[in-house]
Design a protein around this ligand. Structure first.
Ligand SMILES: Cc1cc2nc3c(=O)[nH]c(=O)nc-3n(C[C@H](O)[C@H](O)[C@H](O)COP(=O)(O)O)c2cc1C
Length: 330
């Protein structure tokens, strides 16, 4: 399989099944997608907080094989997050309460971005405790030639104030999105929380207030207990559940949001294979993000991009973008 510079993939695929060695044909699939005004080489991004600032993954994955990445959420000043233990394993997933440990926006712009190879699509992520702080972050990063868009983290499930508060209250969310919208003309994505009753309502708020796209979902608020110590496994008590355990929840929410809004959706939550990525696109996602799976296999996002194109070819789609919303429900 080979992918040329402009994102058109030529591949040998089986037309009558998954075994490429039996019946082969040469198919051409256009892998490119445009997400919220950002042209992407392919539909696969990596999720904020699971891919550092990109350079950490460069030894394991050619960053140009993926559509781009969403960097760790930034705050105005560097932040150390919660004390350990702040990460734990659960059946088919992980629980974390890192609480936005990050280098701060200045070090990101001055040290982290210049260390990345040219041509890598970077989406910055912002976190704050008030709409004005998110807006300040947005104005500091937007217009930077290396940054293609900003994702506002309205959904962190384990920070004492900020994040999830915005993602759970439609009025606060509206105020947040409207305030950040005024601060940037660049591509504005809102990362939604799954910890709500009606996700479609939150998606509609983002659309009404001028967001260009939605990323969903952030981790599901959860907790776990160690019965030997009779203590929660995390010092913060509550954490965010991620990984395959949450994938069907994320899929359901993407589907519901896609029915409710016209702005594009980036599907996130438990994606660890091309097949998972296809499911999100069929349910209405225009692009996807790989999160927890990067910890198990730092090269997985590149293979998911290849597998997505292979699936499209095998099923007669000329463009990966045509998978969006192609779910048969009748
Ligand atoms: C260790 C860890 C740190 C995370 N940090 C952030 C963050 O800084 N900002 C953010 O928006 N999401 C953060 N997330 C959430 C992920 O981006 C993603 O939305 C979530 O984990 C669900 O996707 P997954 O199941 O593929 O991991 C973090 C997740 C994990 C596991």
């Amino acid at each position: 399989m080979s992918s040329d510079q402009d994102g058109v993939l030529r591949t040998s695929v089986a037309t009558n099944g998954t075994n490429a060695s039996t019946t082969k044909c040469t198919a051409t699939v256009d892998e490119r997608v445009e997400f919220a005004g950002i042209p992407l080489r392919n539909a696969v991004l990596t999720a904020s907080g699971t891919f550092g600032y990109g350079t950490e993954f460069a030894p394991f994955l050619d960053l140009e094989k993926i559509g781009g990445f969403v960097a760790k959420s930034l705050t105005l000043e560097p932040r150390f997050g919660n004390p350990p233990p702040r990460i734990g394993e659960t059946p088919s997933g992980m629980l974390n309460a890192i609480s936005i440990e990050n280098v701060g926006v200045r070090a990101f712009l001055e040290e982290k971005l210049p260390a990345l190879p040219e041509g890598v699509v970077v989406i910055a992520s912002a976190f704050g405790t008030a709409p004005e702080i998110y807006a300040e972050l947005a104005s500091q990063v937007s217009g930077h030639p290396r940054i293609s868009g900003i994702e506002i983290n309205a959904s962190c499930p384990h920070v004492k104030s900020g994040g999830i508060e915005f993602g759970q209250d439609p009025k606060l969310l509206a105020e947040l999105v409207a305030t950040v919208r005024k601060a940037t003309t660049g591509s504005l994505l809102v990362k939604l929380s799954p910890n709500v009753t009606r996700i479609a309502d939150m998606a509609k708020v983002c659309e009404a207030e001028g967001a260009d796209g939605i990323s969903m979902i952030n981790a599901v608020q959860a907790m776990e207990v160690d019965v030997e110590t009779r203590r929660p496994i995390l010092s913060n008590i509550l954490g965010g559940l991620s990984g395959p355990a949450i994938r069907p929840i994320a899929l359901r929410m993407v589907w519901q949001a896609a029915q409710a809004v016209k702005i594009p959706i980036c599907g996130v939550g438990g994606i660890s294979s091309a097949e998972d990525a296809v499911k999100f696109m069929l349910c209405g996602a225009s692009a996807i993000q790989v999160g927890t799976a990067n910890y198990l296999d730092p090269g997985v996002a590149g293979r998911i991009a290849e597998g997505l194109a292979n699936y499209a070819a095998r099923h007669g789609f000329a463009r990966v973008a045509d998978l969006t919303g192609a779910l048969e429900t009748g």
